[in-house]
Write a protein of this length. Sequence first.
Length: 267
Amino acid sequence: MDAPAQSVAPTASVVVDGVTKRFTLRHARSIKDMTVRAVRRQSLSETFNALDDVSLTVHRGETVALMGVNGSGKSTLLKMMSGVLSPDTGTVRVRGRVAGLIDVGAGLHPELSGRENVFLNAAILGMEEAEIRRKFDTIVEFSGVERFLDNQVKFYSSGMFMRLAFAIAAHTEPDIFLIDEVLAVGDPPFRDRCLERIRELRDEGRTMVIVAHDIRMLTRLCDRGIMMRSGRKIFDGDVEEAGAMWKEDRQARRKAQGTDALPSAVR
């Protein structure tokens, strides 16, 4: 996804300018529900801002942690950057090839085999056929799904989906790599391989924006943290400070739900 050269500053990979995104929350899911709510004069739906006037710039070569508890708007913002969603107001501009892993198995066609999906998904991400053929064995070896390569991916486990999708995206040599929680799926050895590949891309100067609840991992990988709360950007700076704010929000939510202890993985 390439933006016109004049629309993005030379050192900027992603520019988010005054972005707002609204969604409609429907309260009635059946005719009965609609009737009951109408009799009680209750609204059938309401709108809310998933993103509220968010602005930020990610510069070329930065590795940015996008943090926030569930419902903060971080995943919606990442989808804006990837082009999956469009803002209601404001603009999102990017420069360079974007590879986005914003869902487990994102971009994989369930009726096609793993082999066919390598070619399809890599082409969608901007790779030429010759480049795909050159990297094919490396992608398959990294994914670890060789044995099931000619099976339809609808029969893959969620871990196998993630392995193949990550392997393809991580070998497209993207200028901008967007990652949303995909490392939460899969066995520890494969997660370690994914992290090593992310470090390689970072050291090559790729721009990365990462969403994850593993704050320890984010603070080790990233050099900048952006904290989201209720659809607004409330902090942009030191990744350790952003991580501390995330823990405070997480702790407050858990107390409100009646549980005080944080899981050890996110302490």
